[in-house]
Design a protein around this ligand. Structure first.
Ligand code: RET
Length: 262
């Protein structure tokens, strides 16, 4: 997408959201490290994965903000931002998703503590579908369009197939695997599944922004702000929910922090 100018407000909105996201990801990472002892050893791997996810995201947000400041410069009159000639690099986001989405699925399946054969078969399907979902969305992200019936729409549609498959597995197979779990864990699991639907569902909606009449800079800004909000919820917010499930299961299984130090 070639954007030649942005208003001061548009430029700062994206800049500030990217900066907020770096702070949120780093703070979440510190929380996951410090909260480690509050869950029993078998759930700690989920917190380790949450820490990796927000760490990978913080790194990419540093790169995205660097690309943002490089792509635009203040006009000599100081009234708007103009393209510097250097393109804004959207690939950081997709590379980030390629690494973090499989990790988010792994931590969900691990915290559920299902039998080894069940979790590995489910994970294989989920991770393969996630890689297809992201790889098929990327070519379309590079294209601007004003209608669903465009090349952007075509890639989006292809990417939606594995997306629906992921939801099908989470609601079908994973739902039935939850039947034997304690009531409080089932409630947390239902909530995390809702958070997942709500936040993951946000990405394709943001992707469709250009189809709703948003063009040029307003489409660029909506997409950047939309993906950033979704990322904070899907990584940091989701990690906190995973922690809550791990904590609840640890308590239900008789774990206490005091015991860990006894
Ligand atoms: C795309 C392209 C349009 C169709 C669909 C998409 C889905 C993206 C999703 C991304 C999730 C990212 C997460 C990142 C967190 O780290 C690629 C936008 C369905 C669901 C959870």
């Amino acid at each position: 997408m070639d954007i030649t100018s942005l208003s001061l407000g548009e430029y700062s909105l994206v800049y500030n959201m990217l900066s907020f996201s770096i702070a949120a990801m780093l703070a979440a990472g510190v929380f996951f490290i410090l909260a480690r002892d509050r869950v029993s050893p078998k759930y700690r791997i989920s917190l380790v994965i949450s820490t990796l996810v927000v760490g990978i995201a913080a790194y990419h947000y540093f790169r995205i903000i660097g690309s943002w400041t490089g792509a635009f410069e203040l006009s000599s009159a100081g009234t708007e931002y103009l393209s510097s000639g250097e393109p804004f690099n959207d690939a950081y986001r997709y590379v980030d998703w390629l690494l973090t989405v499989p990790l988010l699925l792994v931590e969900l399946v691990l915290v559920l503590d299902l039998s080894r054969s069940k979790s590995s078969s489910m994970l294989t399907k989920l991770v393969i579908a996630a890689v297809f979902m992201i790889a098929l969305g990327y070519p379309g992200e590079l294209l601007s369009a004003d209608s669903m019936f465009s090349e952007r729409g075509f890639w989006g549609l292809l990417s939606t197939i594995p997306f629906v498959y992921i939801l099908y597995i989470l609601f079908g197979e994973l739902g039935s695997a939850m039947e034997g779990q304690p009531e409080r864990v089932r409630v947390l699991f239902r909530n995390i599944r809702l958070l997942l639907i709500f936040t993951w569902g946000f990405y394709p909606i943001v992707y469709m922004a250009p189809f709703f009449g948003l063009t040029g800079s307003s489409s660029l800004v909506t997409i950047q702000v939309g993906y950033t909000i979704a990322d904070v919820l899907a990584k940091a917010g989701y990690g906190v929910m995973i922690y809550a499930i791990a904590r609840e299961k640890s308590l239900a299984e008789g774990y206490s922090v005091e015991e860990a130090y006894a």
